[in-house]
Design a protein around this ligand. Structure first.
Ligand SMILES: NC(=O)c1ccc[n+]([C@@H]2O[C@H](COP(=O)([O-])OP(=O)(O)OC[C@H]3O[C@@H](n4cnc5c(N)ncnc54)[C@H](OP(=O)(O)O)[C@@H]3O)[C@@H](O)[C@H]2O)c1
Length: 179
């Protein structure tokens, strides 16, 4: 039952800039190569998990909240938040609050292949709970001076084994197994 953190990152470890913009990612020539990688990955996923900033980013950037269902189908989307965020009709969003370890049994009931989309600290919370099996990062040829960190934990090489790598145009996709 793998739990996989899969995200696009700058070369120096940011998921988004300080204003939560991903324009640097969309500006990479052939950024569709990275999107194609994510689309292929999604076919093997049953359940999606994200933090509230990521959810709000999606709501602000999709043409409508219902486009969540276009992007992610009927997969449950678990959103970690301490707030009473809107859940729109026709979407499969479930709000969840509190420690990952407590929420995990309910999340696992909704599918065995789980995509932790981000942000980085939420992926770190899954790691802390011993519930991160794989990390896949699509590295963009970009450095940012600051931003939202990709995985703000100390995880040394004894915990990570490289199991796959491939070039996607200007990007490199790296997959590590977490020991
Ligand atoms: N490059 C990529 O592939 C990629 C992937 C994912 C995200 N992103 C972007 O990266 C940025 C990530 O933002 P972020 O670092 O703020 O992370 P985030 O995980 O999207 O959101 C963090 C927020 O989620 C809530 N939360 C987290 N853990 C929780 C828990 N255990 N219980 C309850 N609530 C919890 C908290 O907010 P509240 O409690 O106040 O709601 C917290 O401030 C966003 O701009 C996103 O769009 C990029």
């Amino acid at each position: 039952m793998p739990i996989i953190y899969n995200a696009a990152t700058t070369l120096n470890g940011f998921l988004a800039d300080e204003q939560d913009s991903l324009q640097w990612l969309f500006d990479v020539p052939g950024s569709g190569d990275a999107e194609a990688g994510i689309s292929a990955f999604l076919t093997g996923i049953n359940t999606v998990v994200m933090g509230s900033t990521t959810y709000e980013w999606l709501l602000n950037h999709l043409e409508s909240p219902q486009a969540l269902a276009t992007s992610y189908g009927t997969r449950p989307i678990w959103v970690f938040t301490s707030r009473n965020l809107p859940v729109h009709e026709g979407t499969h969003v479930r709000l969840v609050n509190g420690p990952v370890a407590e929420a995990l049994p309910r999340i696992r009931e909704t599918g065995e292949n789980i995509w932790v989309m981000g942000g980085g600290d939420l992926a770190g919370q899954f790691f802390d709970a011993g519930a991160l099996d794989r990390i896949t990062l699509t590295v963009a040829p970009v450095f940012l001076p600051a931003g939202r960190p990709t995985l703000p934990r100390r995880i040394e090489s004894s915990r990570l084994s490289l199991v796959d790598h491939r070039q996607l145009g200007q990007f490199v996709e790296l997959t590590y197994r977490v020991r």
